[in-house]
Ligand binder design. Structure first.
Ligand code: GRF
Length: 220
């Protein structure tokens, strides 16, 4: 049995990952309460999604703060005031300072639209296409002080086709993001994730070593 955890979701944009979390909570597939959705952009559509579901929202614009640390301290204060235990980055387009990462050490998750450690940073679909990889995907990881480099929780793999554009590849990856982010948070809620060095051990992991993907396929 999982206890209900209190999460705060940080968004800067469309918020489709936020929507997948809201849907999972409402479908009782995720034992979490979204205490707060916070954005650094007043126009982020993720805020509308939150309000549509009665979730409290806050906007903190970084230009109103004198430094990155001052901004991050204000965000941390808001999250703490709401009793947030796990911070969920869902398209939050800001690097977190060490102050933030230490305040919520091992209690911050991020989702990245590539198979880390390949293609960290920005414009990752473009980089994957230019590199000619046959597979890409998405990664949920705990956040440490380096960008896109913390311990990996879960990944999903998708094929990359020769006629893909950044948009078609991003859409294929995003569909899987919406499946793995709620799952990662549910594993956390169930107390099944243990960070050991730079790896994450998952209790009661089902192993299936028959699952193999080959692209181009062996047939045809
Ligand atoms: C996703 O591709 C996510 O992996 C990245 O930012 C994007 C956010 O999309 N970190 P959305 O706002 O959740 O639709």
């Amino acid at each position: 049995m999982a206890r209900q955890i209190s999460i705060g979701v940080l968004v800067s944009g469309n918020g489709t990952n936020l929507q997948s979390l809201i849907d999972a909570v409402e479908a009782k597939k995720l034992d979490a309460k979204i205490e707060l959705v916070l954005s650094n952009k007043a126009g982020a559509y993720g805020l509308v999604r939150a309000r549509n579901h009665g979730i409290p929202t806050e906007v903190l614009e970084h230009k109103e703060f004198s430094s990155r640390e001052a901004y991050d301290q204000a965000v941390v204060d808001l999250l703490r005031r709401r009793g947030v235990e796990l911070v969920v980055l869902a398209g939050f387009m800001r690097l977190l300072s060490p102050l933030f990462v230490r305040a919520y050490s091992n209690h911050i998750m991020n989702i990245h639209p590539a198979l880390l450690p390949s293609f960290p940073g920005l414009h990752v679909q473009k980089k994957a296409l230019e590199h000619g990889v046959r597979f890409s995907g998405c990664t949920v990881h705990f956040v440490n002080e380096e960008c896109d480099e913390g311990p990996i929780i879960i990944q999903a793999v998708v094929p990359v086709f020769p006629d893909d554009t950044e948009e078609t590849l991003a859409a294929r990856i995003l569909r899987q993001e919406h499946r793995i982010y709620p799952r990662a948070i549910q594993l956390y809620a169930e107390g099944r994730l243990h960070i050991v060095g730079r790896t994450v051990l998952v209790d009661r992991l089902k192993k299936d070593d028959a699952q193999v993907l080959i692209e181009p396929s062996l047939e045809g």
